[in-house]
Design a protein around this ligand. Structure first.
Ligand SMILES: NC(=O)c1ccc[n+]([C@@H]2O[C@H](COP(=O)([O-])OP(=O)(O)OC[C@H]3O[C@@H](n4cnc5c(N)ncnc54)[C@H](O)[C@@H]3O)[C@@H](O)[C@H]2O)c1
Ligand SMILES: O=C(O)C[C@H](O)C(=O)O
Length: 352
């Protein structure tokens, strides 16, 4: 089903306003969720609106919570999100980081007591739009079973990294450090599809193709969960994926003195983030650096293709192409999500 961007944006913002957000906060949530759907990232689009509504009702999210700088140096910030809306806190933090990077060449921020912020790439992209290299990381609910364990303690902890290029779009690597994020299991579940073997394990630690089972076990903290990048055990380097999950956990919750993933969503969200921006100008001529990166990108694209493959991509490319299509033809959302949104509209007495 296709819906016009503006309609989806206005509706999402109206829902957040009805839940107590001011215009600015409502707008940024709408923008980040709708951007995800526009890019084809349906795991993190408007389908997540119901969760935010519930989190506000359960007081996990304070719709009026404002971020507060609790420590600052010329190039770093430590921010307390005061349990506010994740997208608002993240945008505020990345803006501060960008200011520092523009002034001193680098900027970094840790954030604690925040909430789910949507696609990590949105904030890395804010930096790249200003000509900077951008990094955005977050921890999450406990969702990932680390190598040789069958208990989810760590998060799907995404890494987003944006690098400026001299073509229309930057390189935008935006990925969970697990084989799949929880959101992808939600997509499979609402479409009544089995997940591939190797994405997740059940409470016994064995691979399962049943997304409902994994999601329900995770909700009840009953055991099992998503596998780190590389999958189960050490054979395909699951231990290296586990290392990446841990790296994100330490830069977010570790540096911010915030809650580790296993202590999130106990009363409040308590999610932590890390943001960084780097001005290429502190290493040389930014235009030359962009051109240099282009040489690499073009070499990668024009490499000999594997049998049966017609095109080689770089990171971000698929999503940017999908975004252009969405702008032209409307934003694609699946049927269950469409009906869910209409239900939210009905429950909150908001026109759809
Ligand atoms: N807020 C949170 O708590 C949270 C947690 C986990 C994930 N997420 C978000 O979930 C979203 C989806 O994550 P994902 O891991 O499913 O991403 P994905 O697997 O769909 O894509 C990962 C990256 O690979 C790139 N890519 C895809 N196919 C490619 C190819 N053939 N060649 C080169 N590059 C290719 C994409 O452009 C993207 O940068 C991300 O936006 C992430 O930030 C958020
Ligand atoms: O679902 C979460 O809480 C984290 C993230 O958005 C994910 O999809 O893994």
């Amino acid at each position: 089903m296709k819906v016009k961007r503006e309609k989806l944006m206005n509706f999402t913002a109206d829902v957040m306003k009805k839940m107590g957000c001011d215009d600015e906060k409502a707008r940024v949530v709408a923008e980040v969720l709708v951007e995800a759907d526009m890019r084809g990232i349906s795991s993190h689009g408007v389908a997540r609106l119901k969760r935010y509504v519930n989190h506000i009702k359960e007081r996990i999210i304070d719709p009026n919570g404002e971020p507060e700088i609790i420590f600052e140096t010329p190039v770093t910030l430590a921010i307390d999100g005061n349990n506010g809306v994740g997208q608002h806190i993240a945008k505020f933090s990345m803006e501060k980081v960008i200011e520092k990077a523009k002034k001193y060449g680098i900027g970094m921020a840790t954030v604690r007591n925040s909430n789910h912020y949507g696609i990590a790439g949105y904030y890395a992209e804010m930096a790249v739009k200003m000509g900077l290299v951008g990094i955005s990381l977050t921890n999450t609910a406990p969702l990932v079973v680390h190598t040789f364990s069958r208990e989810a303690l760590l998060g799907t902890n995404p890494i987003a990294f944006a690098f400026p290029t001299s073509e229309k779009y930057p390189i935008l690597i935006d990925m969970a450090t697990s084989v799949a994020p929880r959101g992808k299991l939600e997509v499979y579940s609402r479409l009544n599809k089995k997940i591939p073997k190797g994405w997740a394990v059940d409470e016994t630690g064995h691979t399962t193709t049943d997304p409902e089972k994994v999601l329900s076990n995770l909700k009840q903290r009953k055991g099992g969960g998503l596998l780190p990048l590389g999958g189960e055990g050490e054979e395909f380097s699951g231990h290296k994926g586990y290392g990446l999950v841990l790296l994100v956990e330490l830069l977010t919750s570790g540096l911010s003195l915030g809650s580790f993933s296993y202590d999130t969503y106990k009363g409040k969200g308590k999610i932590t983030h890390f943001f960084a921006a780097l001005d290429p100008a502190i290493f040389g001529n930014p235009e030359k650096i962009k051109e240099h990166a282009m040489e690499l990108i073009n070499s990668l694209r024009s490499a000999k293709k594997a049998d049966g493959k017609e095109r080689i991509y770089v990171h971000g490319e698929k999503e940017y192409e999908k975004r252009e299509k969405s702008l032209e033809c409307g934003v694609e959302i699946d049927e269950p999500t469409y009906y869910e949104l209409r239900k939210i509209a009905e429950n909150l007495d908001i026109p759809w």
